[in-house]
Design a protein around this ligand. Structure first.
Ligand SMILES: Cc1cc2nc3c(=O)[nH]c(=O)nc-3n(C[C@H](O)[C@H](O)[C@H](O)COP(=O)(O)OP(=O)(O)OC[C@H]3O[C@@H](n4cnc5c(N)ncnc54)[C@H](O)[C@@H]3O)c2cc1C
Length: 1004
């Protein structure tokens, strides 16, 4: 049959479908009921929709009357201003005014619970089974799913698995008594003569709390261990098990779990997997799975859906600068659905098909293709979600007979994510159900061939495409370097490969680099791998005062020419260095894993941040490099412009050995200064990479000088030098303040007052409000506190938890911590690795002991006993503002937990240290978030996310008070600190005559 003939049949079938359900509406859109009214209002008013869905999300956490009343007011305003759909209940009850709040609470509570029940088949096993039996009586098969998505610990994963095991035990007692649903297949014990009566679906990532593509193998094994237990039971009942598909991040892990499970049950046909048609990968993934099944002579089953996480995938990809993994034209997803349905139906001898859609065009297409391909009835069925699209399911039941409802059950709290997804799905502009039943779109349009609609939309978008925007100097506007993408097998494979390559180069000698020449010294120190201190990463020459003096002299000598170099030309050196670093990104990351113990993602993040600094400051300097005219008086020209300060000493830390170093160095250089760079002794080999980058970029001699050395020998000499005009430092408060003090003294021959660019420590707090989403807060706090062993200036070292959620939060935080492992950073299974060196190890351990005395130890992890600089992941509760652990920077994996009575106290405590660097708040109260913006006075405040990982150009980084002098690296003001502004004023009037400039304030 050709395409147009097939399409004609699909449209005819679709029309018939519509005519059989004419006049019917899904209950969701029934405006007679509260939910229908809310849906209607949401579709008309985007602001209300966002507030409403956010309110639904926070609702289960509003466990007291006051919390509920406050949130209703914060989300929807005072009762008098509320949309009628919300306040009607209370108005009808005549209870506005002082009692109104309580009535409104009740009305909303009842209605939201009702709304949740619409999509959930029961809150417990008993209720669920009763309702499933009722559905069967109406002729519907079911696939049952236990609600629960964010599993944060082994205990929660076990609970999720055990709920399935109990559910299956309960079903075991019942299912034999169920009358099979009628059908023509050959087995009288099965539904429709061929399908198991018991059918369950699992969300695989809920079976392992650390599922993460970075640790691909570990995630597959851990999920499989629990899926296997469920599969054993399902097989006992001769049931069906389907593995649901979740976000793109876990797609390949899930496919691999399915493959391995299937090989374990090679002769059991009733194991299924979900594919999402909206993913661009799916054509390829599907073909590969079908080929694999055929090659291995396996019977498989696929449920095809379009996909439930479209917005999430699009936002995530945009944020990380990844290719968007989903189609962006709705009709492309619809067309993919039809294309992939055909591929499955063509393989119906080995693959059973579950078509999961509420879209009458998609369903009709599957019916017609199955008929064209003569696919036997027992090889395909239809599925829809419980609580949705009742007319559609009725229509399918009538025509095909084989329809299965996807029935989630369980408690409301884990159910809210599911509920919000359903509300979004039904109210989306693109939703077939919305267009069909809420907007009465033209049937012809709804039934149009999606391949044609997609083509038309692609052409329309191409016609609308705007020219690429241009940034400073005609460059592409600044954009952050893409994050590492561990969903890509090539990215995963690069790390072990590059680490092995780098390992071959360990132990080399590294000279100094002064005035464009390599300089060797007799004094050297080894830089070692903190995970295996016997492994020498490199042997690094140490500058003494002579060499530092030479470097300063070289920088001073190079300065005049470099200062007078066109800023655009200076910027080009940075851009070249960025391009070289980009080529070497995995190799440079591997050095970080070995020299300072960064995990793969942390190491890559450091390198991309370094590239960002180069790209960003290059553009900033091009913009700032042009003199600006200020004032518009005629006869006068005022030009405002910047000049570099001279010789810059850059003293950098080990924790962001490329990013922070290159950030400070490149800012100084592009602004026209010449640099003497002292890397940390712990990361001098990474420091050498800056030499390599700039040397390859062709930077003139003397502009950048590399002088690693012992602080005790050459630190003061560098700071005190009368020829140094600027010191850029990042490190501890003690050293920072000492530099500021020493630099204030003017030495003989000194021409400039030294400028200090200084980023120091932090004692960063995250506040957990009483309505916080703990599914989000717990993993983010864990990551903020213990990512890279808590050795980031931005790391969370205090978590201030409101009394109302304290116990629950701590229980989940500690359980999640227990699930993590400490070990070599090069193994992605380890959450935490070794700390920087033995000194850090000793100091952190001392602080942990102080904490144990001041508060109570809540958790202390095991550490490997292999000689690395390991300290345990440590969580200490009962800390009060006056404790040392609440005030002093530890710079390691020790988290202090404080219990605050309310939000005001939490903010006061958060501000109660001498530092003001980063902080965070997890809250769903609009008022509290507003209050935090105003009163939580720190350099970088993060609301409802982790508080590390500031991005150049998006989250300029740096604090005030004792955290720094407010210079904000990666922000629009940063370069100003490396330059002196000058103004030149020219009187352009000669003998009463002045040229009139275009922007003069002149007579009309
Ligand atoms: C039985 C069953 C099981 C399910 N299991 C899963 C599962 O395991 N994993 C999962 O992710 N989902 C699952 N879903 C949810 C499913 O993804 C959605 O219900 C489905 O996408 C809705 O599609 P539709 O054909 O019913 O409606 P339609 O209105 O035709 O399609 C809506 C869908 O189109 C896609 N879309 C929307 N906007 C765009 C755009 N601009 N560009 C491209 N595509 C767009 C999205 O996928 C959206 O959901 C399941 C659904 C059912 C019925």
């Amino acid at each position: 049959m050709n395409n147009s003939e097939l399409n004609g049949r699909i449209v005819a079938r679709g029309r018939e479908f519509f005519s059989t359900i004419s006049g019917e509406k899904p209950s969701l859109f029934n405006k007679g009921a509260w939910m229908g009214k809310v849906m209607d209002w949401s579709m008309k008013n985007e602001t209300f929709k966002i507030q409403m869905f956010r309110f639904v999300d926070v609702f289960p956490s509003l466990t007291t009357g006051k919390l509920l009343t406050d949130h209703i007011r914060e989300y929807f305003g005072e009762e008098k201003d509320m949309p009628p759909v919300l306040s009607t209940g209370a108005k009808v009850a005549g209870m506005l005014g002082s009692f109104g709040g309580a009535v409104l609470n009740k009305v909303l509570t009842t209605n939201i619970q009702e709304m949740a029940r619409q999509f959930i088949v029961g809150e417990n096993t008993k209720e669920a089974i009763k309702n499933l039996e009722r559905l069967r009586k109406d002729g519907f098969a079911f696939v049952v799913d236990v609600l629960g998505e964010a599993t944060l610990s082994e205990a929660e994963a076990d609970l999720y698995m055990n709920t399935y095991l109990e559910l299956l035990d309960s079903l075991k007692k019942e299912y034999r008594d169920w009358k099979p649903l009628p059908g023509v297949g050959g087995d009288a014990n099965l539904d429709w003569g061929h399908a198991p009566k018991v059918n369950v679906a699992v969300k695989p990532t809920a079976l392992f709390c650390l599922a993460n593509p970075q640790d691909f193998e570990g995630s597959v094994v851990a999920i499989l261990n629990r899926v296997r237990r469920i599969a054993e039971k399902v097989v006992e009942l001769n049931g069906f098990l389907c593995i649901d598909m979740e976000s793109y991040r876990h797609k390949d892990i899930i496919i691999e779990v399915y493959r391995r499970l299937k090989l374990e049950y090679r002769n059991y046909p009733h194991l299924g997997l979900v594919f999402q048609a909206y993913l661009k990968d799916t054509d390829k993934d599907l073909a590969s799975l079908l080929a694999w099944a055929r090659q291995n002579q396996l019977q498989i089953s696929i449920r095809l859906v379009k996909g439930a996480y479209w917005d999430y995938e699009t936002v995530k990809a945009k944020q990380n600068d990844w290719e968007i993994p989903v189609w962006t034209i709705k009709a492309e997803s619809d067309a993919a659905f039809e294309r992939q349905s055909r591929m499955i139906l063509e393989n119906s001898d080995i693959c059973h098909y579950a078509c999961a859609s509420h879209n009458i065009r998609s369903i009709s297409a599957v019916m017609e293709m199955a008929s064209e391909l003569k696919v036997p009835n027992e090889r395909y069925e239809f599925q829809v979600l419980y609580g949705m699209a009742e007319p559609v399911r009725k229509g399918i039941l009538k025509v095909a007979g084989r329809i299965r409802l996807y029935c989630p059950y369980g408690h409301m709290v884990p159910g809210m994510g599911y509920l919000v997804r359903r509300l979004l799905e039904n109210t989306a502009n693109e939703s077939f159900l919305r267009q069909s039943f809420a907007e009465d779109a033209q049937i012809e349009k709804l039934l149009e061939d999606p391949a044609i609609a997609a083509e038309r939309e692609r052409a329309a978008r191409a016609a609308k495409q705007k020219p690429e925007p241009k940034g400073p100097g005609g460059l592409k506007p600044f954009n952050n370097e893409a994050m590492v993408d561990f969903t890509r097998a090539d990215h995963r494979a690069e790390f072990p490969k590059q680490i092995a390559e780098v390992r071959k180069q360990l132990g080399r000698n590294y000279p100094l680099f002064i005035n464009g020449k390599e300089v060797k010294t007799a004094d050297t120190i080894p830089s070692v791998n903190p995970t295996v201190p016997s492994e020498v990463v490199g042997v690094v020459c140490q500058a003494g005062t002579k060499e530092v003096g030479d470097a300063i002299a070289a920088a001073k000598g190079a300065f005049p020419a470099w200062r007078d170099t066109d800023p655009k030309v200076r910027a080009e050196y940075l851009l070249k260095a960025a391009a070289i670093a980009r080529q070497r990104v995995f190799e440079l990351s591997a050095w970080q894993v070995l020299e300072i113990g960064k995990q793969w993602d942390q190491a890559y993040g450091d390198v991309t941040e370094a590239i960002d600094f180069l790209e960003y400051y290059a553009r900033e300097m091009i913009s700032m490099g042009q003199p600006r005219r200020i004032g518009h008086a005629p006869g006068e020209l005022n030009h405002y412009f910047y000049e570099p300060k001279g010789v810059a000493a850059v003293i950098s830390p080990w924790n962001f050995p490329l990013a922070i170093s290159l950030g400070m160095v490149s800012a100084a250089i592009v602004a026209g200064n010449c640099v003497v760079f002292k890397p940390s002794g712990l990361t001098s080999v990474i420091g050498w990479h800056i030499v390599e980058l700039f040397r390859e970029a062709g930077l003139p001699e003397g502009v950048f000088n590399y002088t690693p050395g012992r602080g005790s020998v050459m630190g003061d000499f560098l700071v005190d030098s009368p020829d140094v005009s600027l010191i850029a430092f990042t490190g501890s408060m003690e050293v920072g303040l000492r530099i500021i003090e020493r630099a204030a003294k003017v030495h003989p021959g000194q021409e400039n007052v030294k400028k200090i660019v200084c980023e120091m420590g932090g004692k960063n707090a995250i506040i957990i409000d009483d309505d916080a989403d703990l599914d989000e807060a717990v993993p983010h706090v864990l990551y903020s506190a213990f990512g890279f062993q808590g050795q980031k200036c931005s790391a969370c070292s205090r978590v201030i938890v409101l009394d109302a959620v304290y116990d629950k939060f701590i229980e989940r935080l500690v359980s999640m911590a227990q699930a993590t492992k400490v070990g070599p950073s090069e193994d992605p299974a380890n959450y935490m690795g070794a700390v920087a060196d033995d000194k850090a190890m000793k100091s952190i351990k001392e602080y942990a002991e102080i904490g144990k005395r001041e508060g109570q130890l809540l958790y202390e992890s095991a550490v490997p006993n292999t000689g690395g600089y390991y300290v345990p992941m440590t969580i200490i509760g009962g800390i009060k503002p006056e404790h040392r652990l609440a005030q002093e920077e530890v710079f390691g994996p020790v988290l202090a937990v404080m219990r605050a009575k309310d939000f005001d106290q939490a903010i006061a405590w958060a501000n109660s240290t001498k530092f003001a660097l980063t902080g965070g708040v997890f809250s769903r109260s609009p008022e509290h978030l507003q209050q935090a913006r105003r009163e939580f006075r720190i350099g970088n405040l993060y609301l409802n996310r982790n508080n590390t990982g500031a991005l150049v150009g998006r989250q300029p980084f740096g604090g005030s008070r004792m955290s720094g002098v407010g210079t904000k690296a990666g922000g629009p003001d940063y370069l100003l600190h490396f330059m002196d502004p000058r103004v030149v004023t020219e009187n352009t009037m000669r003998r009463g005559f002045a040229p009139v400039e275009e922007d003069d304030d002149w007579v009309a």
